[in-house]
Design a protein around this ligand. Structure first.
Ligand code: DGT
Ligand code: CA
Ligand code: CA
Ligand code: ZN
Length: 560
Protein backbone atom coordinates (compact mmCIF):
# COMPACT_ATOMS: atom_id res chain seq x y z
CA UNK A 1 0.00 0.00 0.00
CA UNK A 2 2.71 2.44 0.92
CA UNK A 3 5.20 3.01 -1.86
CA UNK A 4 7.81 0.35 -1.19
CA UNK A 5 9.32 -0.60 -4.54
CA UNK A 6 10.59 -4.13 -4.06
CA UNK A 7 8.46 -5.39 -1.17
CA UNK A 8 5.18 -6.25 -2.90
CA UNK A 9 7.01 -8.47 -5.41
CA UNK A 10 8.90 -10.22 -2.61
CA UNK A 11 5.66 -10.85 -0.71
CA UNK A 12 3.87 -11.96 -3.84
CA UNK A 13 6.61 -14.46 -4.63
CA UNK A 14 6.66 -15.74 -1.07
CA UNK A 15 2.87 -16.05 -1.12
CA UNK A 16 3.03 -18.04 -4.36
CA UNK A 17 5.55 -20.38 -2.80
CA UNK A 18 3.63 -20.85 0.43
CA UNK A 19 0.40 -21.53 -1.46
CA UNK A 20 2.15 -24.22 -3.45
CA UNK A 21 3.46 -26.08 -0.41
CA UNK A 22 1.77 -29.31 0.47
CA UNK A 23 2.71 -29.21 4.14
CA UNK A 24 1.27 -26.72 6.56
CA UNK A 25 3.35 -23.73 7.63
CA UNK A 26 2.17 -24.16 11.21
CA UNK A 27 3.61 -27.66 11.41
CA UNK A 28 6.86 -26.67 9.79
CA UNK A 29 7.19 -23.73 12.18
CA UNK A 30 6.34 -25.84 15.22
CA UNK A 31 8.99 -28.40 14.26
CA UNK A 32 11.85 -26.14 13.23
CA UNK A 33 11.09 -22.54 14.13
CA UNK A 34 11.95 -19.56 12.01
CA UNK A 35 14.95 -21.33 10.57
CA UNK A 36 12.75 -24.00 9.00
CA UNK A 37 10.63 -21.28 7.37
CA UNK A 38 13.74 -19.69 5.87
CA UNK A 39 14.70 -22.95 4.21
CA UNK A 40 11.75 -22.41 1.86
CA UNK A 41 13.00 -20.77 -1.32
CA UNK A 42 11.91 -17.14 -1.62
CA UNK A 43 11.42 -16.71 2.13
CA UNK A 44 14.08 -14.56 3.77
CA UNK A 45 14.53 -13.34 7.31
CA UNK A 46 11.98 -10.52 7.02
CA UNK A 47 9.13 -12.60 5.68
CA UNK A 48 9.93 -15.52 7.99
CA UNK A 49 9.54 -13.16 10.94
CA UNK A 50 6.16 -12.00 9.69
CA UNK A 51 4.96 -15.57 9.20
CA UNK A 52 6.20 -16.52 12.67
CA UNK A 53 4.46 -13.49 14.17
CA UNK A 54 1.23 -14.44 12.43
CA UNK A 55 1.42 -18.05 13.57
CA UNK A 56 2.17 -16.96 17.15
CA UNK A 57 -0.29 -14.11 17.54
CA UNK A 58 -2.72 -14.42 14.64
CA UNK A 59 -1.74 -10.91 13.53
CA UNK A 60 1.04 -9.05 11.80
CA UNK A 61 1.68 -5.71 13.53
CA UNK A 62 3.13 -3.97 10.49
CA UNK A 63 0.14 -5.05 8.40
CA UNK A 64 -2.26 -3.79 11.08
CA UNK A 65 -0.44 -0.45 11.11
CA UNK A 66 -0.56 -0.19 7.32
CA UNK A 67 -4.23 -1.03 7.45
CA UNK A 68 -4.78 1.82 9.92
CA UNK A 69 -2.93 4.26 7.67
CA UNK A 70 -5.06 3.20 4.68
CA UNK A 71 -8.23 1.69 6.14
CA UNK A 72 -9.54 0.01 2.99
CA UNK A 73 -11.06 -3.38 2.29
CA UNK A 74 -8.20 -4.52 0.10
CA UNK A 75 -9.69 -8.02 -0.09
CA UNK A 76 -12.85 -6.57 -1.66
CA UNK A 77 -11.23 -4.01 -3.90
CA UNK A 78 -8.54 -6.32 -5.18
CA UNK A 79 -11.23 -8.57 -6.61
CA UNK A 80 -12.01 -5.88 -9.17
CA UNK A 81 -9.89 -6.42 -12.23
CA UNK A 82 -7.31 -3.72 -12.76
CA UNK A 83 -7.43 -2.48 -9.15
CA UNK A 84 -3.82 -2.80 -8.05
CA UNK A 85 -2.42 -1.45 -4.76
CA UNK A 86 -1.54 1.82 -6.47
CA UNK A 87 -5.06 2.56 -7.73
CA UNK A 88 -6.55 1.52 -4.40
CA UNK A 89 -4.32 3.96 -2.58
CA UNK A 90 -4.98 6.84 -4.97
CA UNK A 91 -8.72 6.34 -4.90
CA UNK A 92 -8.62 6.32 -1.12
CA UNK A 93 -6.52 9.48 -0.96
CA UNK A 94 -8.45 11.44 -3.56
CA UNK A 95 -12.00 10.18 -3.12
CA UNK A 96 -11.93 8.38 0.23
CA UNK A 97 -12.98 5.09 -1.35
CA UNK A 98 -12.66 2.23 1.15
CA UNK A 99 -14.77 -0.62 -0.15
CA UNK A 100 -16.59 -2.09 -3.12
CA UNK A 101 -19.80 -0.18 -2.44
CA UNK A 102 -18.03 3.17 -2.33
CA UNK A 103 -16.08 2.30 -5.45
CA UNK A 104 -19.27 1.49 -7.32
CA UNK A 105 -20.95 4.70 -6.16
CA UNK A 106 -18.01 6.86 -7.21
CA UNK A 107 -17.77 5.14 -10.59
CA UNK A 108 -21.48 5.51 -11.26
CA UNK A 109 -21.34 9.20 -10.35
CA UNK A 110 -18.52 9.66 -12.85
CA UNK A 111 -16.06 10.79 -10.17
CA UNK A 112 -13.31 8.38 -11.16
CA UNK A 113 -13.23 9.54 -14.77
CA UNK A 114 -12.28 13.04 -13.63
CA UNK A 115 -9.11 11.94 -11.86
CA UNK A 116 -5.91 12.47 -13.82
CA UNK A 117 -4.60 9.12 -15.10
CA UNK A 118 -7.97 7.37 -14.84
CA UNK A 119 -10.39 8.68 -17.48
CA UNK A 120 -13.68 7.46 -18.88
CA UNK A 121 -12.30 4.16 -20.11
CA UNK A 122 -10.86 3.04 -16.78
CA UNK A 123 -14.09 4.03 -15.09
CA UNK A 124 -16.05 1.78 -17.45
CA UNK A 125 -13.56 -0.99 -16.87
CA UNK A 126 -13.93 -0.62 -13.11
CA UNK A 127 -17.73 -0.81 -13.38
CA UNK A 128 -17.45 -3.95 -15.49
CA UNK A 129 -15.01 -5.41 -12.95
CA UNK A 130 -17.41 -4.64 -10.08
CA UNK A 131 -20.25 -6.45 -11.85
CA UNK A 132 -18.05 -9.51 -12.23
CA UNK A 133 -16.73 -9.35 -8.67
CA UNK A 134 -20.30 -9.11 -7.33
CA UNK A 135 -21.46 -12.13 -9.27
CA UNK A 136 -18.52 -14.29 -8.24
CA UNK A 137 -16.58 -14.69 -5.06
CA UNK A 138 -19.29 -16.80 -3.43
CA UNK A 139 -17.29 -19.87 -4.36
CA UNK A 140 -13.75 -20.77 -3.32
CA UNK A 141 -10.93 -22.08 -5.47
CA UNK A 142 -10.36 -25.76 -4.66
CA UNK A 143 -6.58 -25.54 -4.92
CA UNK A 144 -6.46 -22.88 -2.22
CA UNK A 145 -8.30 -25.18 0.22
CA UNK A 146 -6.93 -28.66 -0.44
CA UNK A 147 -4.09 -28.47 2.08
CA UNK A 148 -6.59 -27.44 4.74
CA UNK A 149 -9.04 -30.17 3.72
CA UNK A 150 -6.30 -32.78 4.06
CA UNK A 151 -5.37 -31.42 7.48
CA UNK A 152 -8.99 -31.75 8.61
CA UNK A 153 -9.19 -35.31 7.26
CA UNK A 154 -6.00 -36.18 9.12
CA UNK A 155 -7.07 -34.51 12.39
CA UNK A 156 -10.42 -36.31 12.45
CA UNK A 157 -8.91 -39.64 11.40
CA UNK A 158 -6.73 -39.57 14.49
CA UNK A 159 -9.75 -39.50 16.84
CA UNK A 160 -10.28 -42.88 18.55
CA UNK A 161 -13.23 -44.73 17.03
CA UNK A 162 -12.93 -42.97 13.64
CA UNK A 163 -13.00 -45.66 10.97
CA UNK A 164 -13.11 -43.54 7.87
CA UNK A 165 -12.89 -39.83 7.24
CA UNK A 166 -13.11 -38.42 3.76
CA UNK A 167 -14.11 -35.27 1.97
CA UNK A 168 -17.29 -35.62 -0.15
CA UNK A 169 -19.29 -33.02 -2.11
CA UNK A 170 -17.82 -30.93 -4.86
CA UNK A 171 -14.32 -31.25 -3.37
CA UNK A 172 -14.41 -35.02 -3.91
CA UNK A 173 -15.65 -34.42 -7.43
CA UNK A 174 -12.69 -32.06 -7.72
CA UNK A 175 -14.65 -29.13 -9.02
CA UNK A 176 -12.47 -26.10 -9.67
CA UNK A 177 -14.46 -24.14 -7.09
CA UNK A 178 -16.47 -25.26 -4.08
CA UNK A 179 -19.35 -23.59 -2.26
CA UNK A 180 -18.67 -25.40 0.99
CA UNK A 181 -16.72 -28.43 2.19
CA UNK A 182 -18.54 -31.64 3.09
CA UNK A 183 -16.72 -34.12 5.30
CA UNK A 184 -18.07 -37.57 5.98
CA UNK A 185 -16.93 -39.89 8.74
CA UNK A 186 -17.80 -43.40 9.83
CA UNK A 187 -17.31 -43.84 13.54
CA UNK A 188 -18.47 -45.83 16.49
CA UNK A 189 -17.93 -42.72 18.62
CA UNK A 190 -19.53 -39.75 16.82
CA UNK A 191 -19.37 -37.56 19.92
CA UNK A 192 -15.58 -37.60 20.12
CA UNK A 193 -15.19 -36.77 16.46
CA UNK A 194 -17.66 -33.87 16.74
CA UNK A 195 -15.78 -32.49 19.75
CA UNK A 196 -12.55 -32.56 17.80
CA UNK A 197 -14.16 -30.97 14.75
CA UNK A 198 -15.53 -27.90 16.52
CA UNK A 199 -12.35 -27.33 18.54
CA UNK A 200 -9.71 -27.75 15.83
CA UNK A 201 -7.25 -24.88 15.48
CA UNK A 202 -8.31 -22.42 12.80
CA UNK A 203 -12.07 -22.65 13.42
CA UNK A 204 -13.48 -19.12 13.01
CA UNK A 205 -16.94 -19.97 14.31
CA UNK A 206 -19.15 -22.92 15.14
CA UNK A 207 -22.46 -22.73 13.29
CA UNK A 208 -23.98 -25.95 14.57
CA UNK A 209 -22.77 -28.64 16.94
CA UNK A 210 -24.94 -31.74 16.94
CA UNK A 211 -24.66 -35.46 17.57
CA UNK A 212 -24.16 -36.53 13.98
CA UNK A 213 -24.03 -33.27 12.07
CA UNK A 214 -22.00 -30.13 12.74
CA UNK A 215 -20.98 -27.06 10.79
CA UNK A 216 -18.10 -24.68 11.26
CA UNK A 217 -16.61 -21.74 9.40
CA UNK A 218 -12.91 -21.63 8.64
CA UNK A 219 -10.67 -19.09 6.95
CA UNK A 220 -11.23 -17.51 4.45
CA UNK A 221 -14.90 -17.68 5.40
CA UNK A 222 -15.98 -21.04 4.03
CA UNK A 223 -18.35 -23.45 5.79
CA UNK A 224 -17.37 -27.02 6.56
CA UNK A 225 -20.12 -29.58 7.21
CA UNK A 226 -19.34 -32.82 8.99
CA UNK A 227 -21.65 -35.79 9.12
CA UNK A 228 -20.90 -38.93 11.07
CA UNK A 229 -22.63 -42.17 10.09
CA UNK A 230 -22.38 -45.79 11.20
CA UNK A 231 -20.09 -48.07 9.22
CA UNK A 232 -23.04 -49.94 7.70
CA UNK A 233 -24.25 -46.90 5.78
CA UNK A 234 -20.91 -45.25 5.03
CA UNK A 235 -20.92 -46.18 1.33
CA UNK A 236 -24.47 -44.96 0.78
CA UNK A 237 -23.78 -41.73 2.64
CA UNK A 238 -20.55 -41.19 0.72
CA UNK A 239 -22.43 -41.69 -2.51
CA UNK A 240 -25.19 -39.32 -1.49
CA UNK A 241 -22.94 -36.55 -0.18
CA UNK A 242 -20.52 -36.78 -3.09
CA UNK A 243 -23.26 -35.84 -5.52
CA UNK A 244 -23.64 -34.17 -7.72
CA UNK A 245 -27.27 -33.64 -7.02
CA UNK A 246 -28.07 -34.35 -10.69
CA UNK A 247 -26.08 -37.57 -10.59
CA UNK A 248 -27.91 -38.61 -7.42
CA UNK A 249 -31.30 -37.94 -8.95
CA UNK A 250 -30.38 -40.02 -12.01
CA UNK A 251 -29.20 -43.06 -10.09
CA UNK A 252 -32.13 -42.90 -7.69
CA UNK A 253 -34.52 -43.06 -10.63
CA UNK A 254 -32.51 -45.93 -12.03
CA UNK A 255 -32.70 -47.74 -8.69
CA UNK A 256 -36.48 -47.39 -8.66
CA UNK A 257 -36.72 -48.81 -12.19
CA UNK A 258 -34.71 -51.81 -11.06
CA UNK A 259 -36.90 -52.46 -8.01
CA UNK A 260 -34.84 -50.73 -5.33
CA UNK A 261 -34.83 -47.55 -3.37
CA UNK A 262 -31.60 -45.69 -2.75
CA UNK A 263 -30.97 -43.13 -0.04
CA UNK A 264 -28.13 -42.01 2.20
CA UNK A 265 -28.63 -45.01 4.49
CA UNK A 266 -28.43 -47.75 1.89
CA UNK A 267 -29.81 -49.50 -1.14
CA UNK A 268 -33.02 -51.35 -0.28
CA UNK A 269 -35.08 -53.86 -2.22
CA UNK A 270 -38.73 -52.96 -2.77
CA UNK A 271 -41.20 -55.79 -2.79
CA UNK A 272 -44.91 -55.27 -3.40
CA UNK A 273 -44.40 -51.62 -2.62
CA UNK A 274 -42.78 -52.37 0.72
CA UNK A 275 -39.20 -51.51 1.58
CA UNK A 276 -37.26 -54.67 2.30
CA UNK A 277 -33.84 -55.15 3.75
CA UNK A 278 -30.71 -53.30 2.80
CA UNK A 279 -28.73 -55.01 0.04
CA UNK A 280 -25.80 -52.59 0.12
CA UNK A 281 -24.70 -49.60 2.17
CA UNK A 282 -21.24 -50.01 3.64
CA UNK A 283 -19.41 -49.89 0.33
CA UNK A 284 -20.06 -47.38 -2.43
CA UNK A 285 -18.76 -49.65 -5.19
CA UNK A 286 -21.19 -52.35 -4.17
CA UNK A 287 -24.15 -50.01 -4.71
CA UNK A 288 -23.16 -49.30 -8.31
CA UNK A 289 -22.50 -52.97 -8.90
CA UNK A 290 -25.96 -54.03 -7.79
CA UNK A 291 -27.45 -51.33 -10.01
CA UNK A 292 -25.60 -52.93 -12.94
CA UNK A 293 -23.16 -50.05 -13.36
CA UNK A 294 -19.40 -49.68 -13.41
CA UNK A 295 -18.11 -47.42 -10.64
CA UNK A 296 -17.74 -43.87 -11.96
CA UNK A 297 -14.85 -41.80 -10.68
CA UNK A 298 -16.22 -38.90 -8.60
CA UNK A 299 -14.90 -36.40 -11.18
CA UNK A 300 -17.38 -37.82 -13.71
CA UNK A 301 -20.49 -37.53 -11.56
CA UNK A 302 -22.26 -34.56 -13.11
CA UNK A 303 -24.97 -36.44 -14.99
CA UNK A 304 -23.46 -35.56 -18.33
CA UNK A 305 -23.54 -39.07 -19.76
CA UNK A 306 -21.61 -41.02 -17.11
CA UNK A 307 -24.70 -42.90 -15.90
CA UNK A 308 -25.45 -44.27 -19.38
CA UNK A 309 -21.75 -45.01 -19.96
CA UNK A 310 -21.47 -46.83 -16.62
CA UNK A 311 -24.51 -48.95 -17.47
CA UNK A 312 -23.03 -49.82 -20.87
CA UNK A 313 -19.63 -50.55 -19.27
CA UNK A 314 -18.16 -47.84 -21.46
CA UNK A 315 -16.77 -45.36 -18.95
CA UNK A 316 -13.54 -43.80 -20.18
CA UNK A 317 -10.31 -44.82 -18.45
CA UNK A 318 -9.48 -41.27 -17.39
CA UNK A 319 -5.93 -40.06 -16.82
CA UNK A 320 -4.49 -40.94 -13.39
CA UNK A 321 -2.93 -38.66 -10.80
CA UNK A 322 0.57 -40.03 -11.40
CA UNK A 323 0.46 -40.26 -15.18
CA UNK A 324 2.30 -37.07 -16.11
CA UNK A 325 5.97 -37.38 -17.09
CA UNK A 326 6.64 -33.80 -18.15
CA UNK A 327 5.60 -30.20 -17.72
CA UNK A 328 5.47 -27.87 -20.70
CA UNK A 329 5.05 -24.50 -19.00
CA UNK A 330 7.72 -23.46 -16.49
CA UNK A 331 8.94 -19.94 -15.70
CA UNK A 332 12.31 -19.11 -14.17
CA UNK A 333 14.16 -16.17 -12.67
CA UNK A 334 15.08 -15.14 -16.20
CA UNK A 335 11.69 -13.42 -16.05
CA UNK A 336 9.08 -13.41 -13.29
CA UNK A 337 9.78 -16.83 -11.77
CA UNK A 338 11.43 -17.11 -8.35
CA UNK A 339 13.95 -19.87 -9.10
CA UNK A 340 16.78 -20.72 -11.49
CA UNK A 341 16.62 -23.13 -14.43
CA UNK A 342 18.66 -25.65 -12.46
CA UNK A 343 16.48 -25.36 -9.36
CA UNK A 344 13.32 -25.81 -11.44
CA UNK A 345 14.84 -28.84 -13.16
CA UNK A 346 15.92 -30.44 -9.89
CA UNK A 347 12.51 -29.89 -8.31
CA UNK A 348 10.86 -31.47 -11.36
CA UNK A 349 13.19 -34.46 -11.06
CA UNK A 350 12.29 -34.82 -7.40
CA UNK A 351 8.65 -35.13 -8.49
CA UNK A 352 9.58 -37.85 -10.96
CA UNK A 353 9.19 -35.78 -14.11
CA UNK A 354 11.33 -36.72 -17.10
CA UNK A 355 11.23 -33.44 -18.97
CA UNK A 356 10.27 -29.79 -18.58
CA UNK A 357 10.06 -26.93 -21.03
CA UNK A 358 11.43 -23.58 -19.90
CA UNK A 359 8.86 -21.11 -21.18
CA UNK A 360 9.72 -17.65 -19.95
CA UNK A 361 7.68 -14.66 -21.04
CA UNK A 362 8.63 -12.50 -24.02
CA UNK A 363 9.50 -8.84 -24.28
CA UNK A 364 6.03 -7.33 -24.63
CA UNK A 365 5.44 -8.31 -21.02
CA UNK A 366 7.97 -5.72 -19.93
CA UNK A 367 6.99 -5.88 -16.26
CA UNK A 368 8.20 -9.49 -16.15
CA UNK A 369 11.44 -8.52 -17.89
CA UNK A 370 10.33 -10.68 -20.83
CA UNK A 371 12.95 -12.15 -23.15
CA UNK A 372 13.88 -10.69 -26.54
CA UNK A 373 15.84 -12.35 -29.37
CA UNK A 374 19.16 -11.64 -27.69
CA UNK A 375 18.37 -12.78 -24.16
CA UNK A 376 16.57 -15.94 -25.22
CA UNK A 377 19.71 -17.06 -27.05
CA UNK A 378 21.71 -16.46 -23.88
CA UNK A 379 19.17 -18.54 -22.01
CA UNK A 380 19.75 -21.45 -24.42
CA UNK A 381 23.41 -21.54 -23.35
CA UNK A 382 22.39 -21.89 -19.73
CA UNK A 383 19.86 -24.60 -20.60
CA UNK A 384 22.58 -26.52 -22.49
CA UNK A 385 24.94 -26.18 -19.53
CA UNK A 386 22.36 -27.37 -16.99
CA UNK A 387 21.41 -30.29 -19.25
CA UNK A 388 25.08 -31.32 -19.37
CA UNK A 389 25.42 -30.91 -15.63
CA UNK A 390 22.38 -33.05 -14.85
CA UNK A 391 23.67 -35.77 -17.15
CA UNK A 392 20.39 -36.67 -18.86
CA UNK A 393 18.44 -37.50 -15.73
CA UNK A 394 15.89 -34.97 -16.87
CA UNK A 395 15.60 -33.21 -20.22
CA UNK A 396 15.25 -29.46 -20.14
CA UNK A 397 13.61 -28.25 -23.32
CA UNK A 398 13.96 -24.81 -24.83
CA UNK A 399 10.63 -23.10 -24.97
CA UNK A 400 8.78 -19.85 -24.78
CA UNK A 401 5.52 -18.41 -23.60
CA UNK A 402 5.38 -16.04 -26.51
CA UNK A 403 2.92 -13.16 -26.36
CA UNK A 404 0.18 -13.02 -28.96
CA UNK A 405 0.10 -9.39 -30.09
CA UNK A 406 -3.13 -7.52 -30.76
CA UNK A 407 -3.28 -8.53 -34.42
CA UNK A 408 -2.42 -12.17 -33.79
CA UNK A 409 1.22 -11.85 -34.78
CA UNK A 410 3.82 -13.07 -32.30
CA UNK A 411 6.33 -11.35 -30.02
CA UNK A 412 9.35 -13.32 -31.30
CA UNK A 413 10.51 -13.66 -34.93
CA UNK A 414 9.92 -16.93 -36.79
CA UNK A 415 13.65 -17.67 -37.01
CA UNK A 416 13.80 -17.86 -33.20
CA UNK A 417 10.56 -19.85 -32.89
CA UNK A 418 11.92 -22.35 -35.44
CA UNK A 419 14.81 -23.18 -33.12
CA UNK A 420 12.70 -23.87 -30.03
CA UNK A 421 11.53 -27.28 -28.84
CA UNK A 422 8.27 -25.99 -27.38
CA UNK A 423 6.51 -22.86 -28.65
CA UNK A 424 3.64 -21.88 -26.38
CA UNK A 425 1.66 -18.76 -27.17
CA UNK A 426 -0.72 -16.79 -24.99
CA UNK A 427 -2.90 -13.74 -24.79
CA UNK A 428 -1.76 -11.36 -22.03
CA UNK A 429 -3.27 -8.11 -23.31
CA UNK A 430 -6.35 -6.65 -25.03
CA UNK A 431 -8.67 -8.97 -23.13
CA UNK A 432 -11.69 -6.90 -24.16
CA UNK A 433 -11.66 -7.31 -27.94
CA UNK A 434 -14.94 -8.30 -29.56
CA UNK A 435 -15.54 -12.00 -30.03
CA UNK A 436 -14.87 -11.71 -33.74
CA UNK A 437 -11.58 -9.86 -33.33
CA UNK A 438 -10.40 -12.00 -30.43
CA UNK A 439 -11.15 -15.21 -32.29
CA UNK A 440 -9.38 -14.01 -35.43
CA UNK A 441 -6.41 -12.98 -33.32
CA UNK A 442 -6.06 -16.39 -31.67
CA UNK A 443 -6.68 -18.28 -34.92
CA UNK A 444 -3.98 -16.27 -36.65
CA UNK A 445 -1.51 -17.01 -33.86
CA UNK A 446 -2.05 -20.75 -33.88
CA UNK A 447 -1.94 -20.85 -37.67
CA UNK A 448 1.76 -19.97 -37.43
CA UNK A 449 3.44 -23.30 -38.25
CA UNK A 450 6.01 -22.87 -35.45
CA UNK A 451 3.36 -22.69 -32.74
CA UNK A 452 2.87 -25.90 -30.75
CA UNK A 453 0.63 -25.08 -27.79
CA UNK A 454 -1.98 -22.46 -26.96
CA UNK A 455 -1.45 -21.67 -23.27
CA UNK A 456 -4.37 -20.89 -20.89
CA UNK A 457 -6.70 -20.53 -23.88
CA UNK A 458 -9.51 -18.46 -22.32
CA UNK A 459 -7.43 -16.30 -19.97
CA UNK A 460 -9.90 -16.31 -17.15
CA UNK A 461 -8.86 -15.92 -13.55
CA UNK A 462 -11.51 -17.37 -11.30
CA UNK A 463 -13.27 -14.75 -9.17
CA UNK A 464 -11.15 -12.04 -10.75
CA UNK A 465 -11.30 -11.91 -14.51
CA UNK A 466 -13.88 -13.34 -16.90
CA UNK A 467 -12.70 -15.39 -19.86
CA UNK A 468 -11.87 -13.53 -23.06
CA UNK A 469 -14.64 -13.63 -25.61
CA UNK A 470 -13.36 -16.20 -28.03
CA UNK A 471 -15.23 -18.75 -30.10
CA UNK A 472 -13.87 -21.93 -28.54
CA UNK A 473 -15.53 -24.17 -31.11
CA UNK A 474 -13.61 -22.32 -33.81
CA UNK A 475 -10.37 -22.53 -31.79
CA UNK A 476 -10.83 -26.27 -31.27
CA UNK A 477 -11.55 -26.80 -34.96
CA UNK A 478 -8.46 -24.78 -35.92
CA UNK A 479 -6.34 -26.65 -33.37
CA UNK A 480 -7.49 -29.89 -34.96
CA UNK A 481 -6.59 -28.64 -38.42
CA UNK A 482 -3.16 -27.24 -37.40
CA UNK A 483 -2.26 -29.96 -34.93
CA UNK A 484 -2.08 -27.40 -32.11
CA UNK A 485 -2.11 -28.66 -28.54
CA UNK A 486 -4.47 -26.83 -26.17
CA UNK A 487 -3.27 -26.37 -22.63
CA UNK A 488 -4.96 -27.08 -19.34
CA UNK A 489 -3.19 -24.53 -17.18
CA UNK A 490 -3.13 -26.06 -13.72
CA UNK A 491 -2.78 -22.88 -11.67
CA UNK A 492 -5.76 -23.37 -9.36
CA UNK A 493 -7.38 -20.02 -10.10
CA UNK A 494 -6.87 -20.38 -13.83
CA UNK A 495 -7.95 -24.01 -14.37
CA UNK A 496 -8.01 -23.04 -18.03
CA UNK A 497 -9.26 -24.95 -20.12
CA UNK A 498 -12.33 -25.75 -18.12
CA UNK A 499 -13.98 -29.16 -18.13
CA UNK A 500 -16.59 -28.58 -20.84
CA UNK A 501 -13.95 -27.43 -23.34
CA UNK A 502 -11.65 -30.30 -22.43
CA UNK A 503 -14.43 -32.69 -23.24
CA UNK A 504 -14.92 -31.01 -26.62
CA UNK A 505 -11.19 -31.37 -27.34
CA UNK A 506 -11.30 -35.05 -26.42
CA UNK A 507 -14.28 -35.59 -28.71
CA UNK A 508 -12.59 -33.69 -31.55
CA UNK A 509 -9.28 -35.51 -31.12
CA UNK A 510 -7.41 -32.33 -30.17
CA UNK A 511 -4.49 -33.13 -27.87
CA UNK A 512 -4.02 -31.43 -24.52
CA UNK A 513 -1.13 -30.60 -22.22
CA UNK A 514 -1.45 -30.24 -18.45
CA UNK A 515 1.06 -27.65 -17.25
CA UNK A 516 1.82 -26.24 -13.84
CA UNK A 517 2.65 -22.72 -15.07
CA UNK A 518 5.18 -22.90 -12.22
CA UNK A 519 6.79 -19.68 -11.08
CA UNK A 520 8.62 -21.39 -8.17
CA UNK A 521 9.82 -24.91 -7.37
CA UNK A 522 6.87 -25.60 -5.08
CA UNK A 523 4.37 -24.94 -7.87
CA UNK A 524 4.75 -28.33 -9.53
CA UNK A 525 2.25 -29.34 -6.85
CA UNK A 526 -0.39 -27.53 -8.92
CA UNK A 527 -0.21 -30.25 -11.58
CA UNK A 528 -2.65 -32.18 -9.42
CA UNK A 529 -5.39 -29.62 -10.09
CA UNK A 530 -4.75 -29.69 -13.82
CA UNK A 531 -5.13 -33.46 -13.72
CA UNK A 532 -8.42 -33.08 -11.81
CA UNK A 533 -9.64 -30.74 -14.49
CA UNK A 534 -8.60 -33.17 -17.26
CA UNK A 535 -10.40 -36.00 -15.49
CA UNK A 536 -13.55 -33.88 -15.19
CA UNK A 537 -13.27 -33.38 -18.96
CA UNK A 538 -13.10 -37.16 -19.55
CA UNK A 539 -9.50 -36.97 -20.84
CA UNK A 540 -7.44 -40.14 -20.97
CA UNK A 541 -3.69 -40.53 -20.89
CA UNK A 542 -3.60 -40.77 -24.68
CA UNK A 543 -5.19 -37.32 -24.94
CA UNK A 544 -2.48 -35.60 -22.89
CA UNK A 545 0.88 -35.14 -24.63
CA UNK A 546 2.93 -34.67 -21.47
CA UNK A 547 1.77 -38.06 -20.25
CA UNK A 548 3.71 -39.47 -23.21
CA UNK A 549 7.43 -40.25 -23.34
CA UNK A 550 9.67 -37.38 -24.54
CA UNK A 551 10.18 -38.73 -28.06
CA UNK A 552 6.51 -39.27 -28.76
CA UNK A 553 5.60 -35.89 -27.28
CA UNK A 554 8.16 -34.03 -29.42
CA UNK A 555 7.09 -35.93 -32.50
CA UNK A 556 3.54 -34.73 -31.92
CA UNK A 557 4.63 -31.12 -31.42
CA UNK A 558 7.00 -31.02 -34.35
CA UNK A 559 5.43 -33.62 -36.61
CA UNK A 560 2.79 -31.44 -38.19
P1 DGT B 1 -20.99 -26.94 -3.65
O1 DGT B 1 -20.96 -27.09 -2.17
O2 DGT B 1 -21.93 -25.89 -4.12
O3 DGT B 1 -19.65 -26.77 -4.25
O4 DGT B 1 -21.58 -28.29 -4.29
P2 DGT B 1 -21.87 -29.70 -3.61
O5 DGT B 1 -22.09 -30.66 -4.72
O6 DGT B 1 -20.83 -30.04 -2.62
O7 DGT B 1 -23.29 -29.47 -2.92
P3 DGT B 1 -23.78 -29.40 -1.41
O8 DGT B 1 -22.69 -29.05 -0.48
O9 DGT B 1 -24.98 -28.52 -1.42
O10 DGT B 1 -24.31 -30.87 -1.12
C1 DGT B 1 -23.41 -31.95 -1.02
C2 DGT B 1 -24.00 -33.14 -1.73
O11 DGT B 1 -25.22 -33.55 -1.09
C3 DGT B 1 -24.41 -32.88 -3.15
O12 DGT B 1 -23.32 -33.00 -4.04
C4 DGT B 1 -25.44 -33.92 -3.38
C5 DGT B 1 -26.12 -34.04 -2.05
N1 DGT B 1 -27.35 -33.26 -2.07
C6 DGT B 1 -27.53 -32.03 -1.53
N2 DGT B 1 -28.80 -31.63 -1.73
C7 DGT B 1 -29.43 -32.62 -2.40
C8 DGT B 1 -30.76 -32.81 -2.89
O13 DGT B 1 -31.64 -31.96 -2.76
N3 DGT B 1 -31.01 -33.99 -3.54
C9 DGT B 1 -30.07 -34.94 -3.71
N4 DGT B 1 -30.39 -36.07 -4.36
N5 DGT B 1 -28.82 -34.81 -3.26
C10 DGT B 1 -28.50 -33.65 -2.62
CA1 CA C 1 -20.29 -28.75 -0.81
CA1 CA D 1 -22.69 -28.83 2.09
ZN1 ZN E 1 1.37 -16.60 -18.38
Amino acid sequence: MQQVPFKPRAYEKAAMTVEGLEESMAERFAAGGKKALMEIPGIGQGIAEKIAEFLDTGKVKEYEQLKKATPVRLDELARVEGMGPKSVQRLYKELGIRNLKELEKAAKEGKIATLPGFGKKSEEKILKGIEFAKGSGQRFVLGSLMTRIREIEAALSSVPGAEKVVVAGSARRRKETVGDIDILAASSNPKAIMEKFVSMPGVMSVIAHGETKSSIKIRPGINVDLRVVPKESYGAALNYFTGSKDHNVAIRQLAIKKGFTLNEYGLFRIKDGVKGKSVAGADEKEIYKILGMDWPEPELRENTGEVQAALAHKLPKIIGYSDLVGDLQVQTNWTDGADSIEAMARAAMARGLKYIAITDHTKRLAMTHGLDEVRIKEQWKEIDAVNRKLGGKIKILKGTECDILKDGSLDLPDEILAKLDVVGVSVHSFFNLSKKEQTERVLRAIANPHVDILFHPTDRIINRRPPIEVDMDAVIAAAKKNGTVLEIDALPDRADLKDEYIRKCVEAGVRLSIDSDAHATAHYAYLEYGISQARRGWACRSDVVNAWPLGAMLKKLKGH
